[in-house]
Design a protein around this ligand. Structure first.
Ligand code: NAI
Ligand code: MG
Length: 341
């Protein structure tokens, strides 16, 4: 407060953002997202990091510990998409995306959706909170007698009470700012060990939030409701694998993958959070200015929210509400003109 009683803007420097355009359409959509968030007037200082499949093919680096340590000093990371068809599966996913999620403890994957039930016209907004550091993605398991008829492969799912509980608590805290309802999605009837851990953690956290209503869906039933009755949802919380699949379905029922945004959050703020569209590098349309940059732009809006620039984030979302067509750059230009117009 000043002496005259007026609030002054907090004195702070520019937000320091690490940009990883990545491969394929990643750099194309990221350029539009940056163009749009710059047009909000929010003060950003950006640094580009040359990472992705193309970099790996050039000099073998996926994500060195030194680069990771440098990324960790930023306020946020904005990522396009990584992966090229000529890099074997797993190299970039494990070496870059999962390494960032695990090392930077990005334990929440948050994806907003606007689903419309069949016959309905008004999209219903809901959000999926996916646990982002555990489950089968940890890499527990192994293979025996590979390539023989007697091959054995196991892939364990790691569930910790701490990991489940912090994701669930985040979902309830988010619900308190929304319509105050959380649905747990799991498969407790079959996955009795991990499902039981999740269910007890959910019930314990729910007891701390008496104002928040709760529900439980098996993941297969949730797939039906995503398509037929999304109106039942406000906040959904689920594990890493179910969340991966459900969020792709969420994208498909709410306007397509070109609109689906995502945030990989470290809510404890012990380091930067990472924001990226849900889609991949789309090599089939790369370099043709055919990619829809809206998912990247909406992901950048989530970044603005997390940086405390919620007013700018709201403006970007409002500018994306009306449908927009054109090339990648034309769509970016239209959103910018709506912001400054
Ligand atoms: P994808 O999301 O790249 O493409 C699937 C389909 O959706 C393609 O037909 C593509 O043209 C279309 N599409 C995707 N984004 C679009 C956009 N913004 N506008 C218009 N159309 C769009 O998934 P795919 O083909 O399975 O993966 C391609 C590469 O991307 C792989 O190397 C994969 O590993 C990687 N990938 C990376 C992700 C990341 O960086 N987080 C996530 C998913 C895939
Ligand atoms: Mg996915």
């Amino acid at each position: 407060m000043t002496q005259s009683g007026q609030h002054t803007a907090p004195q702070r420097g520019a937000h320091r953002i690490a940009i990883i355009g990545g491969d394929g359409i990643g750099p194309e959509v990221t350029a539009e997202a940056l163009k749009v968030i710059r047009a909000t007037g929010v003060d950003l200082e950006t640094t580009e990091f040359d990472l992705g499949g193309h970099r790996y093919l050039r000099d073998g680096e996926v994500l060195s510990d030194a680069t990771l340590a440098e990324l960790a000093t930023y306020d946020a990371i904005l990522l396009g998409a990584v992966g090229t068809p000529d890099v074997p599966p797993g190299v970039i996913e494990r070496g870059l995306l999962l390494k960032m999620r695990f090392s930077l403890d990005l334990y929440i994957n948050q994806r907003p959706f606007a689903g419309t039930a069949p016959g309905g016209t008004v999209p219903h907004e809901f959000v999926v909170i996916r646990e982002n550091t555990e489950g089968p993605y940890v890499g527990e398991g192994g293979v025996l007698r590979k390539g023989t008829p007697f091959e054995v492969a196991t892939q364990g799912s790691v569930n910790t009470r701490m990991g489940a509980e912090r994701a669930i608590r985040y979902a309830f805290e988010l619900a308190m700012t929304r319509r105050k309802h959380v649905t747990l999605v799991h498969k407790t009837n079959v996955l009795t060990f991990s499902g039981d851990l999740w269910e007890r953690a959910f019930n314990d956290v729910a007891a701390e939030f008496p104002e928040v209503g709760t529900a439980y869906n098996h993941v297969d039933a949730a797939c039906i409701y995503f398509v037929q009755d999304p109106h039942r949802y406000d906040v959904i919380v689920t594990d890493n694998l179910f969340g991966d699949i459900l969020t792709d379905l969420g994208g498909a029922v709410s306007g397509g993958i070109g609109l689906a945004s995502s945030a990989n959050l470290n809510p404890a703020r012990t380091g930067p959070s990472m924001f990226e569209p849900s889609h991949g590098s789309a090599p089939d349309i790369a370099g043709k200015s055919l990619a829809n940059p809206i998912a990247a732009i909406l992901s950048a809006a989530l970044m603005l929210d997390f940086l405390g620039e919620t007013e700018a984030g709201d403006r970007v979302r409002a500018a994306c509400e009306e449908p927009v067509t054109g090339s990648t750059t034309q769509i970016g230009d239209t959103i910018v003109s709506r912001l400054v117009g």
